[in-house]
Design a protein around this ligand. Structure first.
Ligand code: PRP
Ligand code: MN
Ligand code: MG
Length: 181
């Protein structure tokens, strides 16, 4: 694992500091209101786990799983829901939690889908944003770090399902993803 890493972009401490900041901001903004956080499986799992412990609000957790469209596809933005919500969200404040926004197509689809469910409000919180890769219009309410268009892993983010358990966020050596692809 260690030998596959090229460079650490954000250490465990830097991530933790940012997560605290985001949690405090969310706590302030929702001003005592109840919120349902929705994690997008699987990548958002670790960020969600840390973030919710920095949010001081009455809070409910749910998850959605959507099909990924892979790398080769010039995606049409067609995303399929593999696991839908368990909780009722009508008239609720909903906050989607993501690890990273890349083309934005996953969240475009999810937000459009959720908006039809008569929520009280809908916001997005992502730890990482790659704005240079965006393929659609998407407003992000909370962003941890803006990152350049580099291949990154760790803190929930995978390459071919590996590296999610790294406590930091790092770039991979090119030979790693060249050999696997
Ligand atoms: C990754 C990431 C986001 C999405 C961002 O998930 O966790 O959910 O891609 O890409 P987009 O902005 O181009 O839509 P992935 O589909 O790899 O599934 P995973 O979370 O299970 O790794
Ligand atoms: Mn994901
Ligand atoms: Mg992935």
């Amino acid at each position: 694992m260690k030998m596959d890493i090229e460079e650490i972009l954000y250490t465990k401490e830097q991530i933790s500091c940012k997560v605290k900041e985001l949690g405090q901001q969310i706590t302030r903004d929702y001003n005592g209101e109840e919120v349902i956080v929705i994690g997008v499986l699987k990548g958002a799992n670790i960020f969600l786990g840390d973030l919710i412990r920095e949010i001081n609000l009455p809070l409910y957790i749910d998850f959605m799983a959507v099909s990924s469209y892979g790398y080769s596809t010039q995606t049409s933005g067609v995303v399929k829901i593999l696991k839908d919500l368990d909780l009722e969200v009508e008239n609720k404040h909903v906050l989607i939690i993501e690890d990273i926004v890349d083309t934005g197509l996953t969240l475009k689809y999810l937000t459009e889908n959720l908006r039809s469910r008569k929520l009280a409000s809908l916001k997005i919180c992502t730890l990482l944003d790659k704005p240079s890769r965006r393929k659609c219009d998407l407003y992000l309410d909370y962003v941890g770090f803006d990152i350049p268009d580099e291949f990154i892993v760790g803190y929930g983010i995978d390459y071919a399902e590996k590296y999610r358990n790294l406590p930091f966020i790092a770039t991979l050596k090119p030979e790693v993803y060249e050999s696997l692809s």
